[in-house]
Design a protein around this ligand. Structure first.
Ligand code: PLP
Length: 475
């Protein structure tokens, strides 16, 4: 499978190149040249073990094309999926089912994605990316500096995936004072020498801007061998499409499944679209946003426009002004015309917004619906879900559960994604429900492990110096 840029001006690359690069050199995001048909032929397989499903999906997206000198293929894909999600992994870190479905009402399900090592859905992809990076780097005899900006959960998942790697160092930038204590501990208490947690004096968008600036400095990014694991990374999108396939096939009788996805960067939601393009029986994907509602406004008004500032909400992992993966669906919606994407995103860079062309908007509305949920509605939903179903939802999941009531015309089966364990947000959950969710036994010692964290100003040069001094890849 070859990968092309959404902006149409970068050469096509292999799967491993797309994964290691993150952004394409023309500033676009990588997309597969075409959609492999997976779900229709493998429906039965998706109702069994998660690691088999993941191996099939990763193999299809990593398949070497005829005549192409590629270093990846179906057999390494299956081996990596087995080690990330196989029975051994399940015993250590995961639920046996990896992503279990829980029924909360007639025809209504919660897809629990938070049973991995750092208790958020981001583990599902990141546990695969760790070994995938090591595989690629060993093959090429290279080292990497992985940088990531996090609003809370990406960082913890990246730490769990990369800690102890012989070939990658990890630099995690988090907004000071904006992540929960539990989230923070997952980044600062790994005990791994190759993991560097950094508090930045600024919000998440400031962290993201620093990471962008690091990549934009060609000299620095080459010398540090910089790579990213943010949600634009293609391997994350692919890995996350697996649970949509699994859930849709498991529940599909008698008809296709609707999904509600708590959304920030549009990564998880785009993964649902990928699963659908690959043949999974999916109808609508509902984008559930908090007060940071750029996606909801885009679908409702047809204008994708950055808000003046970001709002701090009860669901901090979704406090995001600009949904980076939205560019991928725009690429699809404008008929994969890189020149149009370039024009729209140039406008976005200059004026902070663009009008979605009418045909593209119709395309978006065919696949997606969207709604915004306030903090009061989020808390009320946590309370009601606990009372009615005995289910403790994290605040992000609650945004999804509320969204399913606000959007009309949804069918059954209806699946809401549970994106984090409630124990990651114990104060919010306790305030809403009166119940304080305990950490799972495997993390009982989280608050007694030693912490290591550095604080840096909201300044690109300071971050560059910090990385240069610590990266084993620097040359
Ligand atoms: C990251 C995250 C989200 C948003 O996911 P996107 O892929 O950025 O849309 C939602 N909930 C939780 C708990 C998260 O960590």
């Amino acid at each position: 499978m070859r990968y092309i840029s959404t902006r149409g001006q970068a050469p096509a690359v292999s799967f491993l190149d797309a994964v290691l690069a993150g952004l394409a050199p023309d500033g676009g995001l990588y997309m597969p040249e075409n959609w492999p048909v997976i779900g229709r032929d493998n429906g039965w397989a998706f109702t069994r073990h998660f690691h088999n499903s993941a191996g099939i999906v990763l193999g299809a997206f990593g398949k070497p094309d005829l005549g192409e000198q590629d270093e990846f293929g179906e057999s390494p894909a299956r081996a990596l999926a087995d080690s990330a999600y196989g029975f051994l992994a399940a015993d250590k870190n995961w639920h046996r089912a990896i992503t279990p479905l829980v029924q909360i009402d007639g025809g209504e399900w919660i897809l629990e994605l938070f049973h991995g090592p750092s208790l958020s859905f981001k583990d599902v992809a990141m546990q695969l990316i760790g070994p995938l990076y090591d595989y690629a780097l060993t093959l090429r005899n290279e080292k990497l500096s992985v940088v990531c900006a996090t609003s809370g959960d990406t960082g913890g998942a990246a730490v769990e995936a990369i800690k102890g790697s012989a070939r990658s160092d990890l630099f995690v930038l988090m907004p000071k004072g904006r992540v929960s204590d539990v989230q923070k501990r997952f980044m600062t208490a790994s005990g791994a020498a190759n993991v560097h947690a950094i508090d930045i004096d600024g919000d998440f968008d400031a962290c993201q801007a620093i990471v962008k600036a690091l990549f934009a400095d060609r000299n620095f990014s080459q010398r540090a061998r910089l790579s990213g694991v943010n949600s634009i990374n293609w391997a994350r999108i692919v890995a996350q499409s697996v649970y949509f396939q699994v859930a849709a096939h498991t529940l599909c009788a008698p008809g296709p499944v609707d999904f509600v996805v708590p959304t920030g960067n549009f990564g998880d939601a785009f993964s649902g679209y990928v699963a659908k393009m690959c043949g999974a029986p999916i109808r609508k994907i509902v984008l559930a946003t908090n007060a940071n509602d750029i996606l909801t406004r885009a679908l409702q008004t047809g204008r994708y426009e950055r808000a003046a500032h970001s709002h701090a909400t009860l669901s901090p992992a979704m406090d995001i002004q600009v949904a980076s993966n939205f560019e991928r669906i725009i690429f699809e919606a404008v008929g994969r015309d890189g020149a149009v994407v370039r024009r729209l995103y140039d406008q976005f860079a200059q004026s902070g917004g663009f009008d979605i062309p009418p045909q593209a908007l119709a395309f978006l509305r065919e696949h997606f619906d969207a709604t915004a949920v306030s903090d009061a509605e989020t808390a009320e939903t946590m309370r009601a879900t606990w009372k009615q179903s005995g289910y403790l939802a994290c605040p992000h999941t609650a945004v999804g559960l509320r969204a399913r009531q606000q959007v009309s015309g949804l069918g059954h089966p209806l699946v809401t994604l549970a994106t984090a364990h409630p124990a990651k947000f114990p104060d919010t959950v306790e305030q809403a429900t009166g119940m304080r969710p305990p950490l799972p036994a495997k993390h009982a010692d989280l608050f007694s492990r030693p912490e290591r964290i550095d604080t840096l100003p909201n300044d690109v040069e300071a971050v560059k110096r910090f990385i240069q001094e610590r990266s084993r890849a620097w040359s």
